[in-house]
Design a protein around this ligand. Structure first.
Ligand SMILES: Cc1cc2nc3c(=O)[nH]c(=O)nc-3n(C[C@H](O)[C@H](O)[C@H](O)COP(=O)(O)OP(=O)(O)OC[C@H]3O[C@@H](n4cnc5c(N)ncnc54)[C@H](O)[C@@H]3O)c2cc1C
Length: 281
């Protein structure tokens, strides 16, 4: 399993990296943690001729509070997210990604740009209605995470753009849960469910967000289940009834681990568990 030959560049500024991307066209690829790109290169499913390493570029790492939300640099590692409990469901989901070795290298920017619907952070940022900032030859543009993921392993970042930061709302006062079902510990999700719930003063459901991983070609929101719960009671029966609608409008692919029907079943079960946990915290 040896990669095709490639050149390696390690620019020290973002401008230099964007220029290299632009000049080399589709043959160039950014390198972040390498934990998705290098396996693809070793299997020769990706054969870039130039790798542009982002690790020496200042300003792409770190987590800050900003405008009542969070600003997370694209090169921030899963391990850094996991070690920031103030991030709530983001920290929880990051702690469930693979093993510590992967979390020590993998980055949020790489995970979003890779666009794997079975990945956990794409699911979380869609659930939170986050935004990414991408830098290209013509400057910065902001993309809503709901518009970021277009198809399987395909997102709306151009070949000469780099994600520089991710903006997420703090969603203070929301209870949260991240539920993930795997055949073996540390695997990708067979199905993953992210749930956020806030209560009104009378205890009813003020807002609810439910995100699904691996239930289609992109991360999805379980909008039928959200609509069933929003504005109503958060008791056990209401949650169970809403969770029954979790798989509506989804089109999960069958794979070695599960049939589409089994994934729909998992989505319903995990959504109920996620909502129950989210209302209990
Ligand atoms: C054994 C194993 C198990 C895993 N299990 C899970 C899991 O359970 N859940 C999960 O969510 N993930 C899992 N992953 C994936 C892991 O989270 C990856 O680290 C992540 O998907 C990619 O991040 P990276 O920083 O390694 O990106 P890289 O592999 O470096 O890059 C991935 C892609 O994104 C592009 N890219 C990188 N950074 C940017 C940027 N800033 N702007 C634009 N494009 C960019 C690259 O060019 C490449 O196309 C696993 C990986 C491995 C190896």
């Amino acid at each position: 399993m040896i990669t095709a030959p490639f050149d390696y560049e390690a620019p020290e500024s973002l401008e230099e990296a964007i220029r290299m991307l632009h000049e080399n066209g589709e043959d160039a690829k950014l390198l972040a943690g390498g934990h998705s790109l290098l396996p693809l290169m070793k299997m020769r499913l990706a054969t870039p001729t130039v790798l542009i390493d982002l690790r020496r570029i200042p300003g792409l790492h770190g987590i800050q509070q900003q405008n009542g939300g969070w600003r997370i640099g694209a090169m921030t590692r899963h391990a850094d997210l996991q070690d920031t409990p103030e991030l709530g469901v983001v920290a929880r989901a990051a702690s469930l990604i693979a093993d510590q070795q992967v979390r020590n290298r993998g980055t949020i920017g790489g995970a979003l740009a890779h666009g794997d619907p079975a990945s956990d952070l794409p699911n979380v940022v869609v659930t939170l209605d986050g935004e990414v900032v991408a830098r290209g030859p013509n400057g910065d543009r902001t993309i809503a995470c709901s518009d970021l993921f277009q198809d399987y392993l395909t997102c709306s970042i151009a070949h000469d753009e780099a994600i520089t930061e991710i903006h997420l709302p703090a969603l203070e006062g929301y209870g949260f849960s991240y539920q993930k079902f795997t055949r073996r510990a540390e695997d990708w999700s067979m199905v993953g469910v992210c749930a956020m719930v806030s209560r009104a003063d009378d205890g009813s459901c003020d807002d609810v967000r439910i995100g699904l991983a691996n239930m289609g070609a992109t991360p999805l929101r379980a909008t039928a289940a959200e609509d069933a719960l929003r504005g109503g009671s958060l008791d056990e029966q209401s949650i169970a009834a809403a969770a029954e609608q979790a798989a509506e409008g989804t089109d999960p692919p069958g794979d070695l681990n599960a049939t589409p029907d089994y994934k729909r079943h998992l989505a319903r079960v995990l959504t109920r568990r996620a909502l129950e946990e989210a209302v209990s915290v």
